[in-house]
Design a binder for this molecule. Structure first.
Ligand code: 5GP
Ligand code: SF4
Ligand code: MG
Length: 465
């Protein structure tokens, strides 16, 4: 998901709509905005579909006045799947004795099921099936006197990954979980302030990037000032390495580094680790493109767009049902026959999850007359599900959970298949010495099975680590 908030500008909701549009790659099922103006109180609009299809209509935007607003773009990892109910669309809202509060959450809480059971037993009435709603109910039960303090109380009880943006009538609040699994950045816009999942959200509104919210930090912005709090016990940062590989936009800056540059460097590392004789390096667009550029550069093999992407189709992985995903590949990608015919082709993609994409693409490339197909993957084999906000399927559906690299090669029917090593990936992400096995610098659980936060709800349901 993606979260965005602005305070201290007129018509804040317009800025939020733009910010969410820039974060659309983080969630395409639905979007919501809450604003507040002193005369009318809180206003809320939640809609299915793209930001641009709803939050550009003047008649709708007029219903969201005021100098403070937050928003959310949703992709379902927790809560209802497929047919997302509108009640699961954020921001969520709670009315407390000291006033109202809206929250927008990116990430996934790993103890939400247990918390929900407990809260329901003690009288909470849940409105949605979303893990994030726990935060509102925990806030309601807190005895603290301010909303920021209640939010701290609530977030000390939840486990897992969260970048949360909250707003009251006057305050904009941003928090990252102690490990900082999901991103969140602070920007300056005119006399006001903005919080965004990624820096690309700041760019679109002409905000200046100030800094990242640190892992375990809460910022409370009021009266034009930013106050920093440390509600949690200190911990070592474990940012999601898959944000670097796929999830974030390539024009964003993460940890002081360009995501594009990291991805290009993954391609360079891959070319060193897994060279092959070939005539053409093609990305599987768009997610494989920067790595393919790096691979081509390092190997000296010409780069070409052998697969063309229809720009009017979104991210296929993010389509929640198998059927749509299967169709998705053909709807989205087509082969550039004139370029491919007769050539030995290196195809570079970001990841192999179920193998659906790779299988379809291999067929399309061979039908177009390619002489050989070599897959190079910009992440290690995805062998473990993510419980922190990226929608990987259950373990049994992950190709790499039950197959070796060579078995996957045969299953996909390609001439060769190689994944970047975990160390190679860390080097590309700026860790010159690779992964520190005693204290890994990133979360990489979907590749290593090393979960930085025990997935309590899943363990209770019988998941074996
Ligand atoms: P597959 O077809 O193997 O199941 O999925 C791999 C494709 O899904 C890749 O092309 C990748 O770009 C895309 N992808 C999109 N979202 C995700 C995600 O959340 N996780 C992973 N691992 N791959 C994703
Ligand atoms: Fe990111 Fe993978 Fe960790 Fe999930 S398990 S947070 S996708 S690195
Ligand atoms: Mg892809």
């Amino acid at each position: 998901c993606g979260v965005f908030g602005v305070v201290g500008v007129s018509d804040a909701a317009n800025f939020v709509a733009l910010g969410l549009h820039a974060l659309q790659h983080r969630g395409q099922e639905a979007a919501g905005i809450v604003s507040h103006d002193p005369a009318g109180g809180f206003h809320s609009v939640r809609e299915f579909g793209y930001v641009r299809d709803n939050f550009t209509r003047a008649s709708l935007m007029q219903t969201l006045p005021g100098p403070i607003a937050i928003g959310h773009v949703r992709y379902s990892t927790a809560g209802s799947k497929g047919a997302t109910a509108i009640r699961d669309v954020q921001p969520f809202f709670g009315e407390f004795s000291m006033g109202g509060c809206a929250i927008a959450h990116n990430g996934n809480l790993t103890n939400a099921a247990a918390l929900r059971r407990e809260l329901i037993e003690r009288g909470s009435i849940f409105q949605s099936s979303s893990d994030s709603e726990c935060i509102i109910h925990l806030m309601a039960r807190s005895i603290q006197k301010t909303i920021a303090e209640r939010l701290k109380d609530a977030l000390r009880r939840v486990e897992g990954a969260f970048s949360v943006i909250a707003m009251t009538r006057t305050k904009l609040i941003g928090v990252r979980d102690p490990l900082g699994v999901r991103p969140l950045v602070l920007g300056r816009v005119g006399d006001g302030w903005a919080l965004s999942s990624e820096t690309c959200g700041l760019d679109i509104i002409g905000a200046e990037f100030v800094r990242e919210i640190e892992p375990g930090e809460m910022v409370v912005i009021e009266d034009g000032k930013v106050n920093s709090h440390r509600p949690f016990a200190p911990a070592k940062s474990r940012f999601c390495i898959f944000e670097q590989v796929y999830f974030s936009r390539p024009d964003s800056i993460l940890g002081g580094r360009s995501v594009y540059e990291t991805r290009r460097q993954i391609g360079v590392e891959l070319a060193r680790e897994a060279p092959v004789e070939a005539d053409l390096v093609c990305p599987v667009p768009d997610s494989g493109t920067p790595a393919a550029i790096g691979y081509a550069h390092e190997s000296g093999i010409p780069f070409g767009m052998g697969i063309i992407r229809n720009q009017y189709v979104g991210r296929t992985f993010i389509e929640p049902t198998e059927q749509i995903r299967n169709m998705g590949v053909r709807l989205k990608l087509n082969v550039n026959r004139a370029l491919i015919a007769g050539k030995r082709v290196v195809l570079v993609d970001d990841s192999v999850v179920r193998g659906t994409t790779s299988r379809k693409i291999k067929e399309m490339i061979l039908d177009a007359g390619a002489a050989e197909v070599h897959f190079r993957i910009a992440s290690p084999p995805t062998a473990w599900p993510c419980f922190y906000g990226v929608d990987t399927p259950e373990r049994s559906k992950l190709l790499a959970a039950s197959m070796t690299e060579n078995q996957m090669r045969d299953y996909l029917g390609v001439d060769s298949l190689r994944f970047i090593s975990l160390d190679g990936l860390y080097r590309a992400a700026g860790e010159a010495k690779g992964r520190n096995p005693e204290a890994p610098q990133f979360c990489d659980a979907c590749f290593s099975g090393d979960y930085p936060v025990a997935p309590a709800d899943m363990l209770e349901r019988g998941f074996e680590m």
